[in-house]
Ligand binder design. Structure first.
Ligand SMILES: Nc1ncnc2c1ncn2[C@@H]1O[C@H](COP(=O)(O)OP(=O)(O)O)[C@@H](O)[C@H]1O
Ligand SMILES: [Mg+2]
Length: 433
């Protein structure tokens, strides 16, 4: 049995209010959310009227398992019949990613969506392939058309005679627009956007890759530690030194290379360095983009490219009977905002959102439709990195409003995970991105 801290207890037992819990990794945010769910069920809440959102499918499965263990424990000890009923209902409980929840809502209320009855959800690889195809087609057509603003944009992004960077940029702008409640309107407005905002969008694509790099680096660190490579901090120092250097190939890592048994780790290490250098090059490219006055026509041209990409991509999805994740969200917002939305949402008494700092503007709009008790947990520090196109703004705004009385806030300060310090240092390396 855990000894909850006072702050944790507050987050678990506060009643009849919206609540936002913020803290860093390993402070027990998810554990608190689980305990709160259990205690509400014990008091008579019904799990069929709750929905619990996590960021990954793994996290959802994990949460269902832990909830099952805790409830089973409780039933064993108390013989509580209501809890036993809740435990039996657990397999059907809404514990999922927000995307899966959207898919569930669409399935149930399909008639009120715009999707074709036989649609299937596109796999990530298929989505990427269809988008890439659409982008290539748009670029070919635009080259033919010979528009002046496009020519300027094309030249600005050209590298090694390849339009790869321009393609990356238009995909980034497109994805960003789709994470807004109103993508077309957003693109239209973005024609007059300040270029600093555009930069942020282009950076967000790099940040997503950086996130993958961080998690690879974390794994490598763990493996280094497992290989008893002196002490963690020594391995970390090497990693940091190399990652901070943008001349990846010239740097040597003698400590690692002199040990044959660490060869595989060394190879992975070099690969990470190379990827990091590539990210740095992409960042420089964006930083050296022309300033606001000269780049306004470029922004307009880029928004137009993203718009055309969207049209082509939508057509190929229609043709193949596919919907992507953002379609699921947009259709859910449509259903919830429609005439039956209120009735659908009145079925819920409690909503729990884990990793709230990663919520997109579109997802926030969906969450805002709920009229029941809301519980958010998020990582304040992670939000600073701005990974995954997240908008720490929502997190920070909500915390401000809750502090002023719209709800309650709790900050967790203790840390229960060993090794967290190392992870933070690794994250720190990427803070500059
Ligand atoms: N009060 C506590 N005492 C002991 N361990 C705790 C306590 N609170 C949380 N933990 C443990 O700390 C670890 C991290 O908790 P978790 O909820 O995953 O953190 P977070 O979601 O904030 O990253 C888990 O193994 C959890 O069981
Ligand atoms: Mg967590």
């Amino acid at each position: 049995m855990k000894e909850w801290t006072e702050q944790q207890r507050k987050a678990i037992s506060a009643r009849n209010c919206n609540l936002l819990v913020s803290a860093g990794a390993g402070s027990g945010k998810t554990a608190v959310m689980l305990e709160r769910i259990c205690s509400l069920l014990r008091e008579g809440a019904d799990i069929r009227k709750m929905t619990m959102c996590t960021f990954t499918k793994t996290a959802a499965a994990d949460m269902r398992r832990k909830l099952s263990e805790t409830l089973a424990d409780c039933v064993e000890k108390t013989g509580d019949a209501w809890l036993e009923k809740q435990l039996a209902r657990l397999p059907a409980a809404e514990i999922s990613t927000l995307h899966s929840w959207c898919a569930h809502i669409i399935k149930k209320w399909f008639f009120y969506s715009d999707l074709e009855p036989e649609f299937t959800v596109a796999e990530e690889a298929e989505e990427a392939a269809l988008k890439s195809e659409a982008a290539e087609e748009v670029l070919e057509e635009e080259k033919e058309r010979g528009d002046e603003a496009f020519a300027g944009l094309y030249a600005a992004f050209l590298s090694n005679r390849s339009h790869r960077r321009l393609k990356e940029a238009m995909l980034a702008v497109y994805d960003y627009s789709r994470a807004q409640p109103n993508p077309d309107e957003w693109l239209l407005r973005s024609a007059s956007r300040k270029d600093s905002e555009y930069r942020e969008i282009l950076f967000s694509a790099i940040k997503r890759d950086a996130e993958k790099l961080v998690s690879d680096a974390e794994k490598l660190l763990a493996d280094l530690a497992a290989a008893k490579f002196n002490k963690d901090y020594e391995a970390l120092a090497v990693l940091k030194e190399c990652m901070e250097s943008e001349v990846a190939c010239t740097l040597t890592t003698p400590q690692l290379r002199n040990k044959p048994e660490l060869e595989e780790l060394h190879a992975r290490f070099k690969e990470l360095k190379a990827q990091y250098a590539e990210l740095c090059r992409r960042r420089e490219k964006i930083e050296s983009m022309p300033s606001h006055e000269t780049s306004l026509p470029y922004c307009r041209a880029l928004a137009e490219l993203a718009f055309k990409l969207g049209e082509k991509y939508a057509a190929s999805k229609r043709e193949k009977g596919k919907a992507d994740y953002s379609d699921l969200e947009h259709q859910t917002l449509k259903i919830l905002g429609g005439e039956h939305g209120e009735r659908i949402l009145s079925e819920y008494t409690h909503v729990f959102v884990d990793e709230y700092q990663d919520i997109s503007p579109l997802q926030e709009e969906i969450l805002k439709k709920f009229k029941c008790e809301m519980f958010f947990v998020g990582d304040v520090k992670q939000s600073i990195y701005g990974f995954r196109m997240c908008r720490p703004k929502f997190f920070i705004d909500k915390r401000e409003r809750y502090r002023k009385g719209e709800g309650k806030t709790v900050e967790l300060t203790a840390n229960f995970r060993s090794g967290a310090k190392i992870l933070n240092t690794v994250n720190g390396i990427f803070l500059q991105l």
